[in-house]
Write a protein that binds this ligand. Structure first.
Ligand code: SF4
Length: 320
């Protein structure tokens, strides 16, 4: 498989581009994920000429706006330059299939960024780094995550599921969509989508049933939006169990009582949070693959990301 292009805050790769001359190397990215992705590193603050080391900056509430300003010299405003840098990044790397941002940065932070009033008091509401904000506006379906949040097994699983699905669609459908390609693509993801969000599972099915009424490029874009929004919902234990139960239905006539009981017990253990998803899934897959059914074999639900990443070996809490 070709490596997947992934945008990343440059300091996360161990490059000394932080305002204090340091870095924030993230070993999961550099030592594990690098097997599967090709990083496209950007340090927006260096790119706009702020240099290393540099004076610290922060998010400042100015009326309805959030600006990025120097702490020491509040008249120095870098917002427009950072926004322009995001626009340049999108133009230079339109092929990226995800982005990992550094948290707590007024340029790169995505979630819960602290903002300040011009008098230095902190504001109650949070903001988003100026570079990250503009990039997300320009690529709203792009899977994005903060490096710190990737320590959470559930968030990591969801982010990488979306990255691999995004890449799959861009590779196999997006450039030359046809009705058949869209339907074939979705048929591989049906149980994956069911595990993430049942209402989307039905609405996407209905949408694809009426494809001939619309221009294929419009249909492809709309399908992709529905699909990525579905995957943005987390696959909870309840959702995964639901998909597993539907898949188990294919085995009704093929398992003896003992095998049925063994499988049911493992599904119950997973549902109760005692074993990780990989446990019932391995047995289910073992039985289902014997049916030699191409539709079932092709389901991405078995492995939405490479198995060596081991993301399904964790007991993932549903609270995220
Ligand atoms: S967080 Fe963003 S702006 Fe800050 S050093 Fe890292 S890449 Fe550069």
């Amino acid at each position: 498989m070709n490596k997947i292009p992934l945008g990343v805050s440059q300091c996360l790769l161990g490059e000394q581009v932080r305002f204090d001359g340091g870095h924030k190397r993230n070993r999961y990215l550099t030592d594990v994920l690098s097997e599967y992705v090709e990083f496209r590193p950007v340090c927006p603050e260096v790119a706009i000429g702020l240099g290393v080391p540099r004076k610290p900056i922060r998010l400042v509430v100015m009326g309805d706006e959030t600006r990025v300003r120097s702490i020491e010299s509040p008249d120095l405003d870098f917002t427009a330059a950072l926004v322009a840098q995001a626009e340049l990044a999108v133009a230079h790397m339109p092929d990226i299939c995800g982005y990992v941002f550094m948290q707590k940065s007024p340029s790169c932070g995505v979630f819960g960024m602290k903002r300040y009033y011009p008098n230095g008091f902190s504001a109650d509401s949070a903001g988003r780094g100026a570079y990250a904000k503009r990039l997300i506006e320009l690529m709203p379906l792009l899977p994005v995550e903060e490096a710190g949040r990737l320590n959470d097994a559930g968030l990591r699983d969801n982010f990488l599921t979306r990255v691999f699905a995004y890449h799959d669609f861009k590779t196999h459908v997006a450039s030359a969509p046809t009705a058949k390609k869209l339907i074939d693509f979705y048929s591989r993801y049906k149980y994956q989508v069911m595990a993430h969000h049942v209402p989307s599972y039905f609405s996407i099915g209905r949408y694809l049933a009426n494809l001939s009424a619309r221009d294929i490029y419009t249909s492809s874009d709309e399908f992709f939006r529905l699909f990525m929004e579905a995957l943005a919902h987390h696959a909870t234990r309840k959702g995964n169990t639901n998909a597993i139960m539907h898949l188990r239905g294919y085995l009704k006539q093929h398992l003896d009582t003992r095998d049925k009981q063994e499988l049911s017990q493992l599904i119950e253990s997973y549902k109760a949070g005692r074993v990780p998803l990989v446990v019932p899934l391995t047995l289910l897959k073992h039985h289902l693959l014997k049916l030699d059914n191409p539709y079932l074999k092709a389901q991405t639900f078995w492995a939405p990301h490479p198995e060596p990443l081991g993301l399904r070996n964790h007991i993932i809490e549903d609270s995220q």
